[in-house]
Design a binder for this molecule. Structure first.
Ligand SMILES: [Zn+2]
Length: 384
C-alpha cells in the first residue's frame, strides 16, 4: 500500500476510535501499535498516558518534536451530522468525522510524514508525541513538557497547511459575590449581589488590559452566570460569574486577576463582598495520574524572522508552489505550555481550523497528502 493510502486507512481507524478527554486508552494503544508497525525505534507511554514515538537521528543535530493530541471535543447532537461522526466516511475526496481536522488528520500526517526518515536517518532525533486532554486544559502537555524538552516543537493543530507562529493565551476567572439573602418582597432589608454584579459587568470593558503590536488588545468576556437560588422570589446571597480572558504575550493570569480585582473593588455596593480567583481543576488521566491544574493557558508568539518559522514557511511554499502567508491562531493550543517550558512552538497542520469543533468536520485527502510531504521535510530542514 502506498504511504498515502496507509495514512488514510490509519486516519479512518483513528476517527472510528472515540477518545474524549480522560478516555484515550484505546486510541493511545492504536497509535502505539501503528508506530511500532512502522518501525519507530522506540514507542512508549509516559505516566500521563501520552504516546511518545522516536526515530533516532545520526547524532548530528539537536532533536525536534512533532506534537498533536489524542482527545477531541464531544460530538453534540448526532442527528445534526451530515455523516456519522465516528464513521470516517470518505465523500468527494474528503474524510469526515469528529477529529478529522482536530486533530486526528494532523496526527496521522505527522506519524506518516516522518516515518520515511527511518530509512535515511535524520541528523537529529525526531520525536512524535500525542498527548492526552488537550481540550480541557492540557494535562498531557503540562506533564510532557516536564520531561521532554526539544528546542523546536511542530504543533500540529489545523492551519490549512500554513505556518502559525503563535496565539493569545486563555485564562478563566471566577468572580464570586456575596450579599445578604431576604424575601424578594422586601429587597431593602437585604443586600442583592446582582446589583454589584450589574456595575461590575458595565465596568468590565474598562478593565486594565495588555496590548500587543501584532495581536492587539487582550479581550475579556463574561460567560457563565449562576446564583445560589432556584426560587425567583428570593434575593440570592451568592452569585458566580465566569469570565474568559484572552491575554496577549507578556501578560499573565496574575495580571488579569489584578485587573478584575480592581474592577470588582470599584463595583461592590455597601455590605457586599466579593473575590476573583483563577479556578483550579482536578484532572485524572486514563492511567490514573491525577493533576491539579489552574485554568490558565499561556500565550506564545515566535517572531516572523525566527529561523524555524522562516524555514517552515520556505518548505511549505516550495511544496505548495505558492507564497502562503504566515499566520496566528485565533484559539489557544498546547503550544503555550511548550513555550513556557522553553521550547519554540511552530504551528503547522492540515485541515481547515474553522471546521474544528463543528458537525461539518472533514479533511481533504489531497491536503493530507501535501502535509505528509511537508512534515517529512520539516523534520530535516527546520533549524534547532
Ligand atoms: Zn486540537
Amino acid at each position: 500500500m502506498a504511504d498515502l493510502e496507509r495514512c488514510v486507512d490509519f486516519l479512518r481507524r483513528l476517527v472510528r476510535t472515540p477518545s474524549l478527554p480522560g478516555e484515550e486508552r484505546e486510541i493511545a494503544e492504536l497509535v502505539t501499535a501503528e508506530m511500532r508497525a512502522l518501525g519507530f525505534d522506540e514507542v512508549r507511554a509516559d505516566e500521563a498516558g501520552n504516546v511518545i514515538g522516536l526515530i533516532r537521528g545520526s547524532g548530528g543535530a539537536p532533536p525536534i518534536q512533532f506534537n498533536t493530541h489524542l482527545d477531541h471535543v464531544d460530538v453534540g447532537d448526532i442527528a445534526r451530522w451530515p455523516h456519522p461522526p465516528f464513521g470516517g466516511e470518505i465523500h468527494d475526496g474528503r474524510l469526515w468525522g469528529r477529529g478529522a481536522v482536530d486533530i486526528k488528520g494532523p496526527l496521522a500526517a505527522q506519524v506518516y510524514g516522518v516515518a520515511p526518515l527511518l530509512e535515511r536517518r535524520p541528523p537529529g532525533d525526531v520525536y512524535v508525541t500525542c498527548v492526552v486532554q488537550e481540550e480541557i486544559g492540557g494535562v498531557g502537555a503540562r506533564h510532557l513538557a516536564g520531561h521532554l524538552v526539544t528546542p523546536v516543537v511542530i504543533v500540529g493543530e489545523p492551519s490549512s497547511n500554513t505556518v502559525r507562529r503563535g496565539h493569545r493565551g486563555r485564562t478563566e476567572l471566577l468572580v464570586h459575590l456575596i450579599g445578604c439573602s431576604v424575601h424578594a418582597s422586601v429587597p431593602e432589608r437585604g443586600i442583592n449581589p446582582l446589583t454589584s454584579l450589574g456595575r461590575f459587568l458595565v465596568a468590565l470593558e474598562s478593565a486594565e488590559r495588555g496590548e500587543h503590536p501584532e495581536l492587539g488588545r487582550s479581550s475579556i468576556a463574561p460567560t457563565l452566570l449562576s446564583t445560589d437560588q432556584t426560587s425567583a422570589n428570593v434575593i440570592p446571597r451568592e452569585v458566580w460569574l465566569a469570565c474568559d480572558w484572552r491575554n496577549v504575550p507578556g501578560e499573565t493570569g496574575a495580571d488579569a486577576l489584578a485587573a478584575l480585582r480592581a474592577v470588582l473593588a470599584a463595583s461592590l455596593g455597601e455590605g457586599a463582598e466579593g473575590a476573583v480567583t483563577i479556578p483550579e481543576f482536578e484532572r485524572r488521566a486514563y492511567t490514573g495520574l491525577r493533576m491539579r491544574i489552574p485554568a490558565e493557558n499561556p500565550a506564545c508568539l515566535l517572531p516572523l524572522d525566527h529561523p524555524a518559522v522562516v524555514a517552515a514557511s520556505r518548505v511549505i511554499d516550495e511544496i505548495t508552489g505558492e507564497q502562503r502567508p504566515v499566520g496566528i491562531w485565533e484559539f489557544a493550543t498546547d503550544g503555550g505550555h511548550y513555550a513556557a517550558a522553553g521550547m519554540s512552538p511552530v504551528g503547522f497542520g492540515p485541515g481547515d481550523p474553522y471546521l474544528a469543533h463543528t458537525v461539518d468536520e472533514q479533511i481533504e485527502i489531497a491536503e493530507l497528502e501535501q502535509a505528509l510531504a511537508i512534515n517529512g521535510r520539516l523534520a530535516l530542514e527546520v533549524p534547532r
